[in-house]
Design a protein around this ligand. Structure first.
Ligand SMILES: *[C@@H]1O[C@H](CO)[C@@H](O)[C@H](O)[C@H]1NC(C)=O
Ligand SMILES: *[C@@H]1O[C@H](CO)[C@@H](O)[C@H](O)[C@H]1NC(C)=O
Ligand SMILES: *[C@@H]1O[C@H](CO)[C@@H](O)[C@H](O)[C@H]1NC(C)=O
Ligand SMILES: *[C@@H]1O[C@H](CO)[C@@H](O)[C@H](O)[C@H]1NC(C)=O
Ligand SMILES: *[C@@H]1O[C@H](CO)[C@@H](O)[C@H](O)[C@H]1NC(C)=O
Ligand SMILES: *[C@@H]1O[C@H](CO)[C@@H](O)[C@H](O)[C@H]1NC(C)=O
Ligand SMILES: *[C@@H]1O[C@H](CO)[C@@H](O)[C@H](O)[C@H]1NC(C)=O
Length: 245
């Protein structure tokens, strides 16, 4: 019985440490929880950035959503068309505990294999989720503009990076590779793929952290530290180990 209990506790703690955000529109490079980069469609594109080993090989270890720039996923070969003048981004933010308050950054990297994602698309904003545990809500920004002073041509490629930082400071990275297209060629945006959840328990509030003019001077917002989750995970693992012995 103690062993069964410890297994349950361990399973629960695994659910807690499994990091997850989902870009529901326009898509994503892949599920960083269940895929490693070596497994993406079409294999690894030559030149992809990963963990470079001394022997010259690269790898993208399992489930590394906290790894800059794109959660351990290499550039995908299945790019999504996205409007040339900016467009929709929809996100499920809550598949990670400690995110009842979270900051979001949406950036862009230019070209086929961006070396940085330094081009800001929207000012950092904060969401207030319904709970500090996993929750299924979705939010959607219907018209995300291009970074300032960036005018791509149809057919150019870029990568959109979504970063979510939790109250305990962990940053989750998630990317989608896009090709700029005429709006008429882009997957339709409608109320089934772009909505802010309103179901009780899935509702998400928004707070602007600061205005876009102060973005240039204030590098990082002041974070309110909540130590609860960062204490909880090691504790639960420790308890599981104790019970197993
Ligand atoms: C690209 O392929 C991966 C792996 O099959 C899949 O998980 C992902 O959703 C696809 N992305 C898009 C934008 O279609
Ligand atoms: C290179 O090193 C990594 C890490 O040690 C290892 O996993 C991988 O199999 C090696 N690749 C080759 C081709 O030897
Ligand atoms: C990546 O996934 C493939 C297919 O599931 C698996 O064979 C491989 O061992 C995994 N590599 C790593 C580094 O986890
Ligand atoms: C980021 O990459 C762009 C090109 O995509 C380059 O112009 C810019 O200087 C780079 N910025 C940094 C901080 O490396
Ligand atoms: C954009 O990516 C696609 C598919 O990966 C590629 O065929 C195309 O040549 C790229 N466009 C540019 C301008 O490099
Ligand atoms: C919404 O658009 C998607 C394509 O992006 C389409 O598959 C879906 O059927 C549309 N839903 C409605 C209700 O029109
Ligand atoms: C969702 O809420 C945000 C913040 O209030 C808003 O900017 C956005 O337009 C809303 N999305 C939809 C689809 O109404």
């Amino acid at each position: 019985m103690p062993k069964l209990l410890s297994l349950i506790v361990f399973a629960a703690s695994w659910a807690l440490v499994s990091a997850h955000t989902v870009i529901t529109y326009p898509g994503w490079r892949g599920d960083t929880l269940h895929t490693n980069g070596t497994y993406s469609d079409g294999g690894i594109i030559p030149g992809s950035l990963g963990i470079n080993h001394d022997n010259g090989s690269i790898s993208f270890p399992y489930g590394m959503q906290w790894m800059y720039p794109c959660g351990g996923m290499p550039t995908s070969s299945n790019r999504t068309k996205w409007p040339i003048g900016g467009g929709t981004i929809a996100i499920q933010p809550g598949w990670f505990p400690g995110h009842s308050l979270a900051f979001f950054y949406i950036n862009m990297g230019y070209g086929n294999e961006p070396l940085n994602m330094s081009h800001v698309m929207v000012p950092v904003f904060q969401i207030v989720g319904p709970s500090n545990y996993e929750y299924p809500g979705t939010f959607c920004l219907p018209q995300v503009p291009l970074p300032a002073n960036f005018t791509p041509k149809i057919g150019d490629n870029a990568t959109i990076q979504v970063i979510e930082t939790a109250q305990h400071g962990a940053a989750l990275y998630n990317c989608v590779d896009i090709t700029f297209a005429d709006p008429s060629e882009v997957a339709e945006v409608n109320s089934s793929n772009c909505f802010n959840s309103t179901t009780p328990g899935q509702d998400i509030g928004f707070q602007l952290v600061f205005t876009s003019t102060s973005l240039q001077s204030a590098a990082y917002p002041t974070l309110e530290i909540n130590g609860y989750i960062s204490f909880l995970c090691p504790l639960v693992l420790f308890a599981a180990t104790l019970l197993w012995l």
